[in-house]
Write a protein that binds this ligand. Structure first.
Ligand code: GLN
Length: 537
């Protein structure tokens, strides 16, 4: 029988609920339990696919092609939970289903209301999220307790626990203990009020995880326990980490969160948690043997969350070699304006990430030209790969007006163009080429050497493609097309052979990396950057 954990957040947003939920999943798996992970998002967009990265950060894509919240990236990086379209529901997605049912007449003439119809739909989503009858299904509720829009979700999980039995559900509330520098103390009042809000709805949290800057004292825990009606040993500290987010699960384990969870759910560990590999990884993080500087030249560099998975992938690959990766976030637009020399001088490697639209595209081309002509290890992802093809067509093949048709629809030389099936698409939401596709690698290429296999599967999110009309000319000019989609005959990977490491991929390798198993392309890219770094110093 499946047990359920609900993670809510209080006091402020951006507390790291996603990370904490993922860390909970991690510790349960380490004890031999099978888990599922899900996020419920109270906003009205059906999915984050149409939201600007500035609004929402990265859109994370699952194998089945669902565009989801970036917290699902944490879930996949920390756990083995299988994520699908049932792993992320928004208010919009819930309401859409209810309204479709209403239009079909499924409600048999009844008035359709938030309670019970919306809450029923949310409960059904929670059941669907618990795929494969795991031992524990973890559901994170987005937003902050007290928001108007989270109310139906909180009401639904209250009802849910009544239906599956209180002994089978655990409410974990993540909260903040702000530190007031002036008076030198940590404050518990916001936590008390946030728990008060939950209790108003009828939810008594079982465990409180308290984000702190400073150590939480025994007295503090006792006070929170008394005011919030939570046993003292279930008031758990989650202090800010020094080096890496991958310290979080270890710290929570040290604070005995895992035993609290097991006791309260009446579960037993199937094995002693073995964390040696994780500790070794953290040891490499804390004791790097080399530092390299990687430029990420993109459009959304002001917001760290916009390229979350890429930054994580770089960190994983660096950790693998005990190399510290310093990020140099470079605005592509600025490169176009000021030229690359100043902005990109002294780097050991360059990533040009995905993106959309005209702004910054010429800057990406200039940055890529800089990396290609100076032998700087380069990894281009999605729009970054498309820009690399344009750059090659212009500067090597001599098609000076080469462009992507995303930029100019009536261009003479669209070396990147809209896929046939995309031409009729009018809605923007959920209509790109999405999810996992196979790709065949050509022997002897960098890509093939990195993966060590011939057939791979990677995740996509784009409308435009390498235009096959230019394939042979680009190949004759020396561009290696090292990965091809066998079914659709689409170019998925390009490489420049007479270069230390230059690879562009149409897919998003950053969605399939793990802290203990970096993605092969990121791994080899970082290895090449380390080589350059060592030569440079
Ligand atoms: N804008 C490009 C396209 O739609 C690339 C998308 C991306 O980088 N994710 O094809």
């Amino acid at each position: 029988m499946t047990k359920y954990i609900f993670v809510t957040g209080g006091v402020v947003s951006s507390l790291g609920k996603g990370l904490t939920s993922a860390a909970i999943g991690w510790m349960l798996e380490r004890m031999g339990l099978r888990i599922s992970m899900q996020k419920l998002d109270p906003y009205i967009n059906v999915d984050p696919g149409t939201m600007s990265p500035f609004q929402h950060g990265e859109v994370y894509v699952t194998d089945d092609g669902t565009e989801t919240d970036l917290d699902l990236g944490h879930y996949e990086r920390f756990t083995h939970a299988i994520l699908t379209k049932d792993s992320n529901y928004t208010t919009g997605k819930i309401y859409r289903t209810v309204i479709q049912k209403e239009r079909r007449g499924d409600y048999l003439g009844r008035t359709v209301q938030v309670i019970p119809h919306i809450t029923d739909e949310i409960k059904s989503a929670i059941h669907k999220g618990a795929t494969g009858t795991p031992d524990v299904a973890i559901t994170e509720i987005g937003g902050t307790v007290g928001d108007i829009e989270s109310l139906p979700f909180l009401e639904a999980i209250r009802q849910f626990s009544l239906e599956v039995g209180h002994e089978n559900c655990l409410f974990i509330h993540l909260t903040l203990l702000p530190y007031l520098r002036a008076s030198g103390e940590m404050k518990t009042k916001p936590t008390q009020q946030s728990v008060g809000k939950l209790r108003e709805i009828g939810i008594q949290p079982n465990i409180l995880i308290c984000r702190t800057e400073q150590p939480m004292t025994e007295e503090m825990a006792a006070k929170i326990s008394l005011f919030c009606n939570v046993p003292k040993q279930a008031v758990v500290e989650e202090r800010d980490v020094d080096f890496s987010i991958y310290e979080v699960p270890m710290n929570l384990m040290k604070a005995k969160l895992h035993t609290q969870i097991l006791t309260r759910l009446g579960l037993e560990a199937r094995q002693e948690p073995n964390v040696d590999d994780w500790l070794e990884m953290l040891d490499r993080v804390k004791n790097p043997r080399q530092t390299i500087e990687i430029a990420v030249a993109g459009k959304y560099i002001e917001l760290h969350d916009a390229y979350k998975s890429i930054y994580e992938s770089l960190e994983h690959a660096g950790n693998h070699f005990a190399a510290r990766v310093e990020l140099r976030k470079v605005s592509a637009e600025q490169v176009a304006g000021e030229g690359p020399d100043e902005l990109l001088g002294g780097i050991d490697g360059m990533v040009v990430p995905g993106g959309f639209g005209e702004r910054g595209f010429e800057g990406k081309i200039a940055a890529i030209h800089y990396a290609r002509s100076r032998g700087i290890p380069f990894l281009g992802i999605c729009y970054g790969m498309q820009a690399a093809v344009v750059e090659y067509a212009r500067n090597v093949l001599g098609i000076t007006d080469a462009i992507t048709s995303e930029y100019g629809t009536d261009a003479a030389n669209p070396v990147i163009s809209l896929m046939e099936e995309q031409k009729a698409v009018s809605d923007l939401g959920g209509t790109m080429r999405l999810g996992a596709f196979d790709c065949r690698l050509q022997d002897g290429t960098r890509a093939q050497r990195a993966y060590g296999t011939t057939m791979i599967s990677e995740r996509h999110r784009h409308r435009y493609e390498f235009n096959n009309a230019y394939r042979s000319r680009l190949q004759e000019a020396g561009l290696v097309l090292s990965g091809i989609n066998p079914k659709l005959d689409l170019v998925e990977i390009v490489e420049v052979p007479d270069h230390p490491w230059f690879v562009g991929v149409q897919f998003h390798p950053e969605f399939k990396t793990r802290p203990l198993k970096p993605h092969p392309l990121f791994r080899d890219f970082i290895a090449a950057a380390m080589k350059r770094g060592a030569q440079r110093t």
